[in-house]
Design a protein around this ligand. Structure first.
Ligand code: DC
Length: 223
């Protein structure tokens, strides 16, 4: 049976980095569930659909033609044969993903696709509802958070490093809006599973978060 580690939490808390480190340390596969919501939103927008039209967007989610390809620089995300790795990382794609993610039919359409990743020997699953809904029987559940201020500061540095001139207040406002949308929706809201281990990267470095996480993984699995 597949050994599953779930990592949930708000945008920008460092889940992606933690999951990549955990996948490398364990040799497990990685599920970036946020990418599936981003791809659904992108595919719907490319078709000119209204992203609040639940049935049409769910149809797009059911028939998503995606592939995750490992390359030297990381994982390349292909949508209908086209590399959309950069497109899905845009802030606008994140916001659109958060909107389609609130639609119950869309979540239902992506459920089986996410669970299929568990057919591998082990899986590190990154998202909002991995420990609560998608993999409620996971061996280890982590919930990684950080203050909105610190997440916005990190995002600002990332954008500046890639040559952009971002506005801090806009970044912070977008993070707060996305947190609100993801936590207050009725369908699978962002919430820590009761049996999740809480990690706060406001006060912990990514190395410290990784140490605690790996310790938990070793304690609760046969690794
Ligand atoms: O993790 P991310 O920023 O790539 O996710 C983009 C959006 O997708 C996020 O704002 C909420 C949604 N999402 C979700 O509702 N459930 C998941 N398991 C993963 C992402």
């Amino acid at each position: 049976m597949s050994c599953i580690i779930t990592v949930d939490g708000p945008s920008g808390a460092g889940k992606g980095t933690l999951c990549r480190l955990l996948a490398k340390a364990t040799g497990y596969a990685l599920l970036d569930s946020g990418a599936l919501y981003r791809l659904t939103a992108l595919a719907a927008l490319q078709r000119g659909l209204d992203i609040t039209d639940e049935e049409s967007v769910a149809e797009v989610a059911s028939n998503l033609d995606v592939a995750f390809m490992t390359s030297q620089t990381g994982v390349e995300v292909m949508l209908e044969g086209k590399n959309v790795s950069l497109d899905i990382r845009q802030e606008s794609a994140g916001m659109a993903a958060s909107k389609v993610a609130a639609l119950p039919l869309v979540r239902a359409a992506l459920l089986a696709r996410q669970r299929a990743f568990a057919s591998t020997e082990g899986l590190v699953a990154d998202g909002r509802d991995m420990g609560t809904v998608v993999f409620p029987h996971a061996a280890v559940k982590l919930f990684l958070t950080a203050s909105a201020q610190v997440r916005a500061e990190r995002r600002l540095l990332q954008l500046q490093a890639s040559g952009e001139m971002p506005d801090f207040d806009k970044i912070l406002a977008a993070i707060i809006t996305r947190d609100k949308q993801d936590s207050e929706r009725a369908s699978s809201p962002l919430v820590a599973a009761p049996d999740a281990i809480l990690l706060d990267s406001t006060v912990l470095s990514i190395e410290q978060v990784f140490d605690v996480a790996l310790h938990a993984v070793k304690k609760y699995t046969s690794l």
